[in-house]
Write a protein of this length. Structure first.
Length: 335
């Protein structure tokens, strides 16, 4: 399921305390921003690039950044590549700091659905309009899961019980994106999302534990986070959240089961704002050369990503559409 922009054709080349925690987060962001600004000199991006992951090491954005770093180094696409982790406020701290580098071409920001959602959720003063989106590269799917001994054998079973008594079916998920998927499913099923008993978890691992210990009855979570538990028989997969069946994933989609729920966790690479067309094209080519490499292909398989390339005007339209969609879901949640 690869989608390539048709507006810019190109030949592909092979190749403690809350207050204390808040202060600590700001300190980390300031230190990280210092690393970015000291590295960024506005020069040739094929010589040196800083990849900013807007979260701590170990998460999905970090995985994209480090996979891109490895691919660029191994293939000489960029001579010197560093990754800087800049967590905080759902990624909007990194968004704001990268936006300050307007006109510079040697800093790239990893983002995607979660960052766009955080922009909306937190009412960020800096938005995607202040940066230069270059390319969506991959997407990751959520899966609806229940414990293996759950009475819900199918998605219809789960939805029927949820619709009858919304608060009696506790849901969980590993992040804000997962809650948006649950919200989308509720709307599709005619259930008021504000009536849902949703228990936030700090990451996919904690969400799985909530299912296994009985705290939650169902969850929406990333397929990569849940595949091992599904294959081991500890969790039962009821639906894949994708627009159409995905090769290699033997789970029926929600769409196939009558629920128009297709929100995906796409990953995007962006640059600071204030770039001209030539600069945007050069940086887009660097990203596309990177995803053409064997190293990136290995990462795609390892992380269970699905390639989806969107660039140029198609990408601008896509982001506008996703912004409207996510805004609508937050409105359903009363936020």
């Amino acid at each position: 399921m690869t989608e390539q922009s048709t507006t810019e054709p190109r030949a592909r080349r092979p190749v403690a305390r809350v207050v204390g925690a808040a202060v600590a987060a700001v300190s980390i962001a300031v230190a990280a921003f210092g690393s970015v600004t000291s590295a960024a000199a506005g020069g040739d991006p094929t010589r040196s690039v800083t990849l900013v992951a807007p979260a701590a090491a170990g998460g999905g954005w970090d995985g994209v950044a480090r996979s891109m770093q490895q691919a660029q180094r191994a293939n000489g696409i960029v001579n010197s590549v560093q990754v800087v982790n800049m967590p905080g406020a759902g990624g909007t701290i990194a968004l704001g700091n990268v936006a300050r580098l307007a006109g510079q071409t040697d800093t790239l920001l990893v983002g995607g659905t979660g960052l766009l959602a955080a922009e909306i959720q937190f009412g960020s003063a800096v938005t995607h309009d202040d940066i230069t989106p270059l390319a969506v590269t991959v997407e990751e799917y959520d899966v609806i899961v229940v414990p293996a001994d759950s009475p819900y054998e199918t998605l219809d079973d789960l939805v029927a019980a949820w619709r009858e008594r919304p608060g009696s079916v506790p849901w969980t998920g590993g992040g804000s994106f997962d809650q948006l998927v649950v919200t989308d499913l509720a709307v599709s099923a005619g259930i008021d999302p504000t009536d849902t008993n949703y228990i936030p978890s700090d990451g996919g691992g904690e969400a799985i534990q909530a299912l296994l210990n009985g705290t939650a009855a169902a969850a929406s979570g990333g397929y990569p986070d849940n595949i091992d538990q599904i294959e081991s028989g500890r969790l039962r997969a009821l639906a894949l959240v994708a627009a159409e069946p995905v090769e290699g994933i033997d789970i029926p989609t929600a769409v196939e089961q009558g629920h128009d729920v297709t929100l995906t966790n796409w990953r995007m690479i962006a640059a600071p704002g204030g770039l001209d067309d030539e600069q945007r094209t050069q940086l887009t080519d660097i990203v596309l050369d990177t995803v053409d490499t064997p190293e990136w292909a290995d990462a795609t398989e390892r992380y269970h990503w699905t390639e989806r390339i969107i660039t140029g005007g198609d990408l601008d339209a896509f982001i506008d559409e996703e912004r409207g969609r996510i805004t609508g879901l937050y409105e359903e949640l009363g936020r």
